[in-house]
Design a protein around this ligand. Structure first.
Ligand SMILES: Nc1ncnc2c1ncn2[C@@H]1O[C@H](COP(=O)(O)OP(=O)(O)OP(=O)(O)O)[C@@H](O)[C@H]1O
Ligand SMILES: [Mg+2]
Length: 262
């Protein structure tokens, strides 16, 4: 493939992705091509499959049908490949370092200080020197407004602070893709703003992001694209401006009218 053609290739291509938990099918033939650099708001009511879809991208979940292309990696049921080669566990771990993930529940290592939370993967998985990792961590802690917390343990921090640390940790290896799964839904309303502004200022620019959120105002503000799931089916996908102005599906229209509430 030529370089020009390659830069046109989608960052993430979902191709008829289906997933079940036991007998319970939760994703049905989801297909969507996410352009490079897009910020995609992933919307839908509770249980519609948003978290599951996003978790399939970094292989936290396997799936039973279809495939997901992420750059030059192809994820298929039970296997990840690059070209003709199957990725082993270590290569999958490395693949994950190019994808930052921020969860609703922060998911920091509680037994490690903030600084150690940040440097653990770059040093352990990518083999960065400790000096390089610490320098980058300090830079990011300053950028998320928490330069004085490097020796703190997560349990001593507010939810908003923990989430800003989690965002800094996800950005350590300058991932080309960021996945956010309801990054503010566990926070008090007054802490939500500070986290969303860190997401907007720091995490989105120049990379491809999928953001599961119920914050429709935020989605309108930052999203270039919108994806709406309903009972595991993709009912809407396209440019945010068009969809917010005139959703194609009745389901999306009702979802917007409800204010994105669960
Ligand atoms: N580990 C699991 N085992 C069995 N079923 C699961 C599991 N995780 C999710 N499900 C089911 O899959 C469906 C989709 O769940 P998912 O968490 O992806 O929804 P969601 O859109 O993220 O919802 P919410 O907005 O509440 O987070 C739901 O019916 C859920 O009960
Ligand atoms: Mg969810």
């Amino acid at each position: 493939m030529t370089e020009a053609a390659d830069s046109m290739a989608p960052a993430i291509a979902f191709r008829t992705v289906s997933k079940s938990y036991g007998q319970h099918q939760v994703l049905f033939d989801v297909s969507a091509e996410i352009p490079r650099g897009a910020t995609v708001a992933v919307l839908g009511s509770s249980g519609s499959g948003k978290s599951t879809l996003v978790r399939c991208v970094n292989r936290l979940e396997d799936f039973q049908g279809g495939e997901i292309g992420v750059g030059d990696v192809r994820l298929a049921p039970g296997v990840a490949t690059r070209g003709a080669r199957k990725l082993n566990d270590r290569q999958v771990a490395k693949y994950r370092t190019d994808i930052g993930m921020v969860f609703q529940s922060f998911n920091l290592f509680q037994h490690l200080t903030v600084l150690k939370n940040l440097i653990e993967a770059p040093v352990g998985v990518l083999g960065w020197s400790k000096e390089k990792a610490v320098a980058r961590a300090r830079d990011l802690l300053a950028k998320v407004g928490l330069p004085d917390k490097e020796e703190a343990y997560p349990s001593r921090l507010s939810g908003g602070q923990q989430q800003r640390i989690a965002i800094a940790r996800a950005l350590m290896m300058e991932p080309s893709i960021m996945l956010f799964d309801e990054p503010t839904s566990a926070l008090d309303p007054e802490l939500t703003g500070e986290v969303l502004s860190v997401v907007k200022e720091l995490a989105l620019g120049g990379r491809t992001s999928l953001i599961v959120t119920h914050e429709l105002t935020f989605a309108r503000d930052v999203a270039s694209h919108v994806m709406v799931l309903d009972h595991g089916r993709l009912v809407e996908f396209g440019p945010a401006k068009e969809i917010f102005r005139a959703p194609r599906s009745e389901r999306t229209r009702r979802f917007f009218e409800s204010g994105g509430l669960r």
